[in-house]
Ligand binder design. Structure first.
Ligand code: AMP
Length: 606
């Protein structure tokens, strides 16, 4: 199987996409055959297929699983057992996902070859983008990219986020430095592990090369907005560095500093004057276009939970096109957007058929959490029983239907349910195009955190014990992600009842602030890392609402079509009207005053 593409050969790149999508069914069959050929002797697969390489046997015998099912195998590898447990090729590292299991990041296996597949997908993005925007090779991209901390497992394997792995790889560092791959940030600034120094230096480099910048971006919208906030907080220092040609002393990472000095070269007082005059203006509306006047678009993912940032991005960018180029995960890179300039709400992705073997579990429309039950004929009666529906192949999905994505990767995951719900919007040749609908169960997300209902309930259950000594009970709660300021933060609405039925007249702030920090302390490690280390999430807020607020919310939901009998309080509010009902009844608001604890997780040796 070939994963190579010259990013600067537009014709060849587009032909690869055409060939792969025209023969998507055939490519998928070849991918499955190849995965089975390589891995049939692994402990995991052998247990199900006993060396039978048939596709039908695979589908009949290998179960669809989730992380909890494969976690014991991955932990065994992390603790030193051979890769052969799950993979015919050596597992070279573990990729820590933003999804969590037992409060810790999930870990996905990866191999050396996997880097070539990722590079292949990145390279395919280039001809697609060049089709829509001319002259991108005449300038640079100001991409604000970061690495995160990595750990070593008991067996000496490295565990780190997928992008950290990619930016540190030779594939990234040795990329052809021409055309599309030219960034304003030197690699040394991207690879600096101190995020503040990295951000500061990347912004200096971006500002100094402002006349060459044709596109700006980060991976996710949240990260890009964090950079704008950083600029808001530090523009005076940045421009003073540019004025004097000397970088602040607190930037101590020597390679990051040296690389930035090389770009800065010498004092640039005129540029500093310009930055000061732009940044000191009252409104920052359209600041991107003012600071980087040749920018043609903002390259950030704004689909899925990132859609909440679209209006803020429009404000700062002066409504430049927002481009979501790809759909990927720690498990596997999936695909790309063939129409990068389409409106965020219209974005669909094709899954590139040679990246993995893809299957799709049908899920009910509107109730995306529920897999469609199969009608099963037993004893002459057709009963609906709760049996897993049969996953369908990539080329067999139907336009207008919703599916849950299941992948079989080259790196040791077999029929693994990713947790993403996708809607088929059309086809490009034989390959379906999917809109990302949402991630199963996730109720709150600001950055890479993904908090589900159970996590939220567990955290609130613990924290609400603190109000009981005040004679209060939390009778109802819901939440929403407030992204009106940067960084965004979680807001919980609590309705309280006093034990003696007396009206609630006041609450002790210190107790409520402790409730806020207690909730944060109970949320998973990705939330706590974003909050304490990355500072990409602000302090959690509890808003206490008047009694009767949740009745009003129920009345509203029922008026919108919810059944009274089956009504359950939504644990996260997305509708603006419903939010207004809550916001208009707030009595008091309290914020967490403490940073939740975060230490890099450790792998337990069994
Ligand atoms: P991670 O587990 O940290 O690797 O995150 C991967 C997940 O991020 C995917 O399974 C999706 O839920 C989400 N994701 C990745 N790319 C996109 C995208 N383009 N649009 C929406 N969500 C995405």
């Amino acid at each position: 199987m070939e994963w190579s593409c010259d990013p600067n050969d537009r014709v060849a790149g587009l032909k690869i996409i055409e060939d792969l999508t025209q023969s998507a069914g055939q490519v998928q069959r070849r991918v499955l055959d190849e995965i089975l050929r390589r891995n049939s002797e692994t402990e995991y697969l052998k247990g199900f297929i006993q060396g039978d390489l048939g596709r039908e046997t695979f589908k009949k015998k290998v179960p669809v699983v989730n992380y909890e099912d494969v976690k014991p195998y991955i932990e065994r590898i992390a603790n030193g057992e051979p890769s052969q447990i799950i993979s015919g090729q050596p597992i070279s590292e573990l990729l820590t996902s933003s999804g969590t299991s037992g409060g810790h990041p999930k870990m996905m296996p990866s191999t050396i070859e996997d880097l070539d597949r990722k590079t292949f997908l990145y390279n395919l993005l280039v001809p697609v983008m060049n089709q829509y925007v001319d002259g991108l090779d005449q300038g640079k991209g100001m991409y604000l990219l970061f690495v995160k901390q990595e750990i070593t497992t008991a067996s000496g394997l490295t565990a780190r986020p997928v992008l950290t792995s990619y930016y540190k790889s030779k594939n990234f560092r040795n990329r052809a430095f021409n055309g599309y791959n030219v960034y304003t940030s030197p690699d040394e600034t991207i690879l600096c592990t101190d995020s503040k120094q990295s951000m500061f230096c990347q912004l200096i480099c971006g500002l100094v090369q402002r006349d060459q910048v044709l596109r700006v971006g980060a991976v996710f919208a949240s990260a890009f907005l964090r950079a704008i906030k950083f600029l808001e907080d530090h523009w005076e220092e940045l421009s003073s560095n540019i004025r004097t040609g000397i970088i602040s002393e607190w930037v101590t990472d020597s390679s990051c500093r040296e690389a930035t000095m090389k770009i800065l070269e010498k004092p640039k007082p005129e540029l500093a004057d310009l930055i000061e005059s732009v940044c000191s203006s009252k409104s920052w509306e359209g600041i991107i276009k003012k600071l980087w006047p040749k920018t043609k678009y903002v390259d950030v993912i704004v689909t899925g939970s990132m859609a909440q940032y679209i209006s803020t991005l429009d404000f700062y960018s002066g409504s430049l096109p927002l481009v979501s180029t790809m759909y990927a995960s720690s498990e596997c890179y999936f695909g790309l957007n063939l129409k990068p300039l389409s409106k965020p709400s219209d974005v669909s992705y094709i899954l590139i058929p040679n990246m993995a073997y893809f299957e799709f579990i049908p899920v009910n429309k509107g109730l995306e959490e529920e897999r469609i039950d199969r009608d099963v004929h037993c004893n002459g009666n057709t009963d609906k029983i709760c049996m897993e529906p049969e996953p369908v192949d990539l080329v067999d999905v139907k336009v207008g239907d919703h599916y849950e994505l299941v992948v079989t990767t080259f790196t040791g995951l077999y029929r693994y349910s990713v947790g993403d719900i996708l809607l088929v919007t059309g086809f490009h040749n034989q390959a379906p195009q999917f809109k990302f609908v949402h991630r199963r169960n996730v109720v709150l997300s600001i950055d890479t955190d993904k908090t589900n209902e159970e996590d939220l309930l567990r955290a609130i259950t613990k924290a609400k014990l603190l109000v009981e000594p005040l004679g209060c009970l939390v009778t109802e709660y819901t939440s929403y992600a407030d992204t009106s300021s940067i960084p965004g933060h979680y807001v919980l609405f609590w309705e309280l009842q006093t034990r003696g039925k007396n009206p609630l007249t006041e609450l002790e702030s210190s107790v409520m602030e402790d409730c806020c920090s207690n909730v944060e302390e109970e949320l998973d490690s990705v939330y706590r890392r974003c909050r304490s280390k990355d500072k990409s999430i602000g302090p959690l807020e509890i808003r206490v609402v008047k009694q009767g607020t949740f009745d009003a919310l129920m009345d509203f939901c029922v008026s919108q079509g919810s059944s009274v009998n089956q009504y359950k309080t939504p644990r996260c509010i997305k509708s603006e009207e419903a939010l207004q009902i809550l916001k208009s009844r707030v009595l008091w608001s309290f914020f967490s005053k403490k940073m939740p604890s975060w230490v890099p997780y450790r792998l337990i040796q069994h």
